[in-house]
Design a protein around this ligand. Sequence first.
Ligand code: 8YV
Length: 328
Amino acid sequence: MKPKVVVAYNKVSPRVLDFLSESCEVTNFERLDTESLPSFYETLRDAQGLLTSGVKVDSALLDQAPDLKIVSNIAVGYDNFQIPELSKRKIMATNTPGVLNDTVADTVMGLILAAARRIPELNQYVKRGQWNADDGVNLYGTDVHHKVLGIIGMGGIGTAVAKRAHFGFDMPILYHNRSRHVEAEQTLNAVYCSLEELCKQSDFVVLLTPLTPQTVKLIGEKHFNWMKNSGIFINASRGATVDEAALIQALENKEILAAGLDVFEQEPVSPDNKLLTMDNVVAVPHIGSATHETRLKMAMLAAENLVSGLQGKMPPNMINREAFENLL
Ligand code: 8YV
């Protein structure tokens, strides 16, 4: 009998569903809302696999899914998974590292350029018919090339950003990370430094750290004070890694020049959020990895992780490997 798998992801490609259906009995929930939730939980009751993106997998959900063997996230970040709880129940957890690095790095460079050169603001200006021949200095932005880039979180995405900045924009790179990245130091001249030094010396501060209990509100008032008044802050990690109230205050008080944000404390962001009223804030709706090509690769990799786990193998991108060392 094929194992039962629940897919909870909006618009998973038919190619991924076909691949899963070769070895699993698949039930697909494109959206979880009050209407579909009872049937989602009902289906989970005897499911062995769950393929999802961003759905909170905690003890409340796991209590409804006693047969679950593996949960596979279509994302590199897995702050939606309660890992200790999954490990305790001997449920495998997987994610999708690597395949999204270049795409997210492109988004980060887009946010840097958009914020520095005021592209969304000036796009509106032109489209509203406000452009006139006398315009001059009031349209100026700030250079990106040759400016200092500070990267907080030098993993695969951070390295892909650093490559673009080093080779394409001649930017000196500073970075802060849990561990040293020798290759980035050797090939990109990246210089390791403390968070304080990074904030003080960078023209652009890019936050890419995963959300963990240690990184909640990692960046707050102190860090914005350390940053240059001409500094631009970019967040492409998770909204919760930044104290959003402190960011709003720093922008209002002109402690920093601008921000480019892919992520927010609350998503979708509330229309009342003050950040949305600021011309010097470039905001996009958590689209870091959102291209057709990359989202397909992520979903396929997540499906492969799921199938290999259900076949009793160690999935290639296992998060809680230590919980299984003696079992698989
Ligand atoms: C997606 C992400 O937004 O991979 C991550 O951690 O944040 C993004 O790629 C996520 O998969 C939600 O769909």
